[in-house]
Design a protein around this ligand. Structure first.
Ligand SMILES: Cc1cc2nc3c(=O)[nH]c(=O)nc-3n(C[C@H](O)[C@H](O)[C@H](O)COP(=O)(O)O)c2cc1C
Length: 178
């Protein structure tokens, strides 16, 4: 698909075909698209925990369904939990530059690349920030202090799931030429 068309067609998918698995080769490509993302000082502050079917995947899905949210994850075959690795202060604090924790930016870029790679392969995704991190830590048997950031659902949209018009604020409101 042409790249700008891909950008328009990438959308949050909230209805998955539970009978269609994601093949290993595609999953590998999606994960690699995330791993080659840029990051501040090439720090790559992400860790991906992949659950593809089975009881652990169901537990991760359930951890994102507090108050009835994200129910579509029950049918979504693959959930990639993304954790933030501990923050390493970047050198440069004597310089007059703003010191920032870039990890959420880095992880955002990585996840964005995974969503686009998935779309290119005919798959759909849902980025999930509404999650109970404690439940995910228990489900994945991770150390208590693991910093869970997002869950990315990957699967095939149900037949007929429509591409929506993008609902975005205007160019004029968001872009300023100075
Ligand atoms: C960091 C982040 C967290 C999100 N968390 C959720 C979520 O928990 N559940 C959900 O349905 N959508 C979630 N979304 C999807 C956004 O609602 C969606 O991207 C936005 O409304 C634009 O729609 P589009 O992705 O279809 O273009 C999240 C998106 C981002 C970037």
């Amino acid at each position: 698909m042409e790249f700008f068309e891909l950008l328009k067609q990438r959308q949050s998918c909230r209805s998955y075909d539970k009978n269609k698995r994601v093949n290993n080769e595609d999953l590998q490509k999606i994960l690699e698209a995330g791993l080659i993302a840029p990051s501040a000082k090439n720090s790559q502050p992400w860790k991906f925990y992949v659950t593809a079917g089975g009881e652990t995947k169901n537990l991760v899905a359930a951890a994102c369904q507090e108050k009835g949210m994200n129910m579509c994850l029950s049918d979504c075959p693959v959930l990639i939990t993304i954790a933030k690795e501990p923050h390493k202060q970047l050198p440069g604090f004597e310089l007059p530059i703003k010191i920032q924790d870039f990890r959420p930016v880095d992880i955002g870029l990585s996840v964005a690349q995974m969503t686009l790679a998935a779309k290119e392969l005919g798959l759909d995704t849902l980025i999930v920030g509404w999650l109970n991190d404690k439940k995910i830590i228990t489900a994945l048997d991770l150390p208590d202090d693991t910093d869970i950031c997002l869950v990315l659902g990957v699967g095939y949209a149900t037949e007929g799931y429509e591409i929506r018009e993008k609902n975005r604020k205007s160019f004029e409101e968001k872009v300023v030429f100075k």
